[in-house]
Design a protein around this ligand. Structure first.
Ligand SMILES: NC(=O)c1ccc[n+]([C@@H]2O[C@H](COP(=O)([O-])OP(=O)(O)OC[C@H]3O[C@@H](n4cnc5c(N)ncnc54)[C@H](O)[C@@H]3O)[C@@H](O)[C@H]2O)c1
Length: 298
């Protein structure tokens, strides 16, 4: 497998919360990044988000203006999966948490990406092996690269080995993540929810159950876990940041693989049905202002 260790061209498929951040991160690290989303508005939003995020990083002295300008120049919106993945050394998909959608993207991207390209999925809990089954001839180049929200700031990338992933693929995924300034852990077994998401889901679902049972107000549940149990952010607020639609799909999927304890609550289903998806729609468990800050009741 020629040239597998060198990643210079990256395709990011999906420009939502995660894809936008991953693309910004890779462009800031000096890579040419093509990004595609089925929803054109998401590409526009991703660009604006990258501009705003880089401006904040500049204000904090983390990057300088030259770096920001160069990063934005390396971010290329694309018109299709194929156009984005053409000649890429690494394809990272960060689309909706549905197996069939992710499989279709890998199948399309594998045809045009470089023959050595890594096909990485940012799924938070689906089987990497099942996603890779869409590209049987490329199974050894399939890997999970699980970034966390927000990708620009969170320190970890969880590398997930699918059943067919080669050790060279795991090594390349690890060194690529490290080149973005991240730390890595390797989840050796392709198991639902990997090392992280199954824990996060259990904690969040238990907080949702307590909220729905009226044990405490959302603010108090979150404060209790932050101040008493040393959580850096309340699980309910984190749920708002991550998006309840994505979490509902993940919880349903983990309930089907890991069991009843992952069953979504009625309140979670209702929030999604009502379009209260969290910060991205201005309302979830909490209400948000136009700057994305929680509006606290008087
Ligand atoms: N939100 C989180 O905190 C988080 C953290 C880690 C991993 N993830 C995973 O990352 C992935 C994306 O999550 P997100 O939070 O960014 O979701 P999101 O809803 O913000 O974005 C998903 C994007 O996928 C696009 N999309 C859907 N079908 C598509 C297709 N066929 N082709 C191209 N684009 C398509 C949508 O238009 C949308 O912009 C999921 O697999 C999720 O489990 C999410």
């Amino acid at each position: 497998m020629e040239n597998q260790g060198q990643v210079t061209r990256v395709a990011v498929i999906g420009a939502g919360i995660m894809g936008a951040g991953i693309a910004q991160l890779a462009a800031t690290a000096g890579l040419e990044v093509a990004i595609f989303d089925a929803d054109q508005e998401q590409l526009v939003r991703a660009r604006l988000q990258a501009e705003a995020s880089l401006a904040k990083l500049e204000a904090k002295g983390i990057v300088n203006n030259d770096v920001s300008i160069a990063a934005l120049q390396r971010l290329h919106p694309s018109g299709s999966v194929s156009a984005a993945a053409e000649g890429a050394d690494l394809v990272i998909e960060a689309v909706v948490e549905r197996l069939a959608v992710k499989q279709a993207i890998f199948a399309e991207a594998a045809v045009v990406a470089a023959p050595h390209a890594l096909l990485a999925t940012n799924t938070s809990q689906l089987s990497v092996t099942a996603i890779g089954s869409a590209v049987p001839a490329a199974g050894e180049r399939v890997v999970g690269m699980h970034f966390f929200n927000p990708p620009v700031l969170m320190r970890l990338v969880e590398i997930v080995a699918g059943l067919e992933s080669s050790s060279a693929t795991i090594a390349t995924a690890k060194s690529f993540a490290e080149s973005l300034g991240k730390e890595t852990v390797v989840c050796k077994k392709d198991s639902p929810g990997f090392l992280t998401s199954r824990i996060a889901a259990i904690v969040r679902l238990e907080c949702m159950r307590m909220l729905e049972e009226g044990v405490g107000r959302a603010e108090d549940i979150d404060r209790a876990l932050c101040l008493g149990l040393n959580f850096p952010i309340g699980p309910l607020e984190l749920g708002d940041r991550n998006g309840h639609d994505t979490f509902l799909l993940a919880a349903e999927s983990m309930a089907s693989t890991l069991g009843e304890r992952f069953r979504p609550t009625v309140g979670l289903r209702n929030m999604v049905a009502a379009g209260r998806l969290g910060r991205k729609t201005g309302r979830g468990i909490y209400q948000y202002d136009e700057h994305g800050a929680i509006v606290r009741p008087e």
